[in-house]
Write a protein that binds this ligand. Structure first.
Ligand code: GLY
Length: 464
């Protein structure tokens, strides 16, 4: 089978890497890809939003399955176009992708379906927004309604910051006219966040092991928000009881509500959760794999990814109910190496060295993100440059291995967080929130974690 992956980030490199391991894959293409995807497959010089060209390529090359990485082509309707042309493609329809493409749609859906989320107000005029902000006492989050390349969510500590966010989104239209036509203003929640990724198809929801992202640019969660500076998987905070609660109060009602709205969801549903002392609350939905969450997650996947994604496309995900999906019991950690200045302005075109030495280390995989090839050299070509990922017998072991690999790699202006995975805590009295049983403890042996994950895998997917 020939497979096409759309996108050019670390997530797409992880998808290409995993899909190319399937015995049924003859060739994996990536459009437009990066230097890493060029090593595992063939890059195609088509931008991920150019749906016409992507479709022509898929038809000409007889692509058997297209897998969409980023949100923009999904929001533009790539899945609908491919399906109309008889091409098999993994991802939600344009209508279902509204869960990510419109924050206002997502919040209204949560309100109607009684899904726990922060209290909020929708405003379609800057003066209404300012009035609402002046009437609130607590810290706020201001979100542009539409897609804004991950920059449209502003976590505000003061009223002035929130008013400035309105200026940027609605008045200056920094993220475009359509994205800033409406804003969601919501109460800022305190707690730990978790990334809940689930594959969804027909009547089946199959949650994948939970990971935790690190959104801020600097150690100890300082500095500006980014697309994500690193992630680890599994997150011990996600005890079995917490996962069951999230499934029952969030995932199932979300999928039901989408069906009722005649926008049935098929593909990868990524729910950003804040675990607060009052329980889990939805921060946002995404309708694709997380980046960098995909890297540590796919590093642990032992089941054939092509089989799994095809089961979603063909609506036979319930087949995984009997053995479930197999995972490496060892935890994994991904550390993003970024260009100086990211998430603001940064330079491109610097030579990256040490990649080979890092890749030779055991249980390490260097996923490329913003890189490109130039006469055999690998150059920086984006803000997030690499997602160095390692498996370890324990989380501490994975951290040791990943940072050993990171230290092998150099490029001018490289920076990375040194504390990825340091916040891993159990849920319950010894952890940060709630009174759960706190089943998973940091430093717990791989064997123990393995037993638990097998137990939850046996439970299998959730049927609606
Ligand atoms: N890591 C956050 C995201 O993928 O949106």
């Amino acid at each position: 089978m020939k497979v096409l992956v759309v996108g050019k980030g670390g997530r797409e490199h992880a998808l290409v890497w995993k899909l190319s391991q399937s015995p049924r894959t003859t060739q994996v293409y990536c459009a437009p890809g990066n230097a890493g995807t060029a090593e595992e497959g063939i890059n195609v010089p088509i931008e991920s939003n150019d749906i016409d060209k992507l479709l022509r390529f898929a038809q000409k090359e007889h692509i058997a399955l297209t897998v969409v990485g980023p949100e923009e082509p999904l929001a533009l309707g790539i899945v609908d176009r491919f399906q109309q042309a008889g091409q098999r493609i993994f991802g939600p329809s344009k209508e279902a992708a509204q869960l990510e493409a419109s924050k206002a749609f997502a919040k209204q859906l949560m309100r109607h379906a009684d899904i726990p989320t922060a209290e909020f107000r929708l405003c379609d005029h800057p003066e209404h927004a300012r009035h609402y902000i002046r009437s609130r006492e607590h810290p706020l989050v201001v979100k542009a309604d539409g897609l804004a390349a991950g920059k449209g969510v502003m976590v505000c500590s003061t009223r002035e910051e929130a008013l400035h966010a309105i200026e940027r989104i609605m008045v200056r239209e920094e993220f475009g006219r359509a994205a800033g036509r409406q804003v969601v203003i919501e109460k800022r929640l305190e707690g730990e966040d978790l990334s809940i990724l689930a594959v969804v198809s027909g009547r089946t929801i199959l949650p994948l092991p939970v990971s935790q992202d690190h959104k801020r640019a600097g150690d100890n969660d300082t500095g500006p928000n980014t697309g994500g500076m690193g992630a680890y998987c599994p997150a011990p905070l996600a005890s079995e009881s917490l996962q069951a609660e999230i499934e029952e109060t969030v995932l199932v009602p979300t999928i039901h509500a989408m069906k009722r709205a005649r926008k049935p969801f098929k593909g990868l549903l990524y729910t950003g959760i804040m675990v607060t002392p009052q329980g889990p609350r939805v921060l946002e939905y995404n309708c694709r794999f997380g980046d960098p969450e995909a890297q540590p997650l796919l590093m642990r996947l032992q089941t054939d990814l092509l089989d799994l994604l095809e089961a979603v496309v063909d609506e036979r995900l319930e087949e995984y109910a009997d053995g479930g999906v197999r995972w490496d019991p060892r935890p994994s950690v991904c550390v993003v190496m970024a260009s100086k200045g990211y998430p603001g302005n940064y330079e491109k075109g610097h030579v990256i060295t040490g990649l080979r030495r890092a890749a030779e280390l055991p249980d390490v995989k260097v996923f490329h993100a913003g890189t490109r090839l130039d006469n055999g050299r690998v150059l920086t070509d984006g803000g997030r440059v690499l997602g160095v990922t390692a498996l370890g017998d324990t989380l501490a072991d994975a951290q040791r291995k990943v940072y050993e690999a990171v230290r092998c790699i150099e490029f001018p202006g490289a920076f990375y967080r040194t504390d990825i995975g340091a916040r891993a805590k159990p849920h319950g009295p010894e952890g940060i929130a709630g009174s759960g049983s706190g089943e998973s403890k940091p430093g717990e042996t791989a064997e123990k974690q393995s037993t638990k994950e097998e137990a939850s895998a046996e439970t299998g997917p959730r049927s609606l």
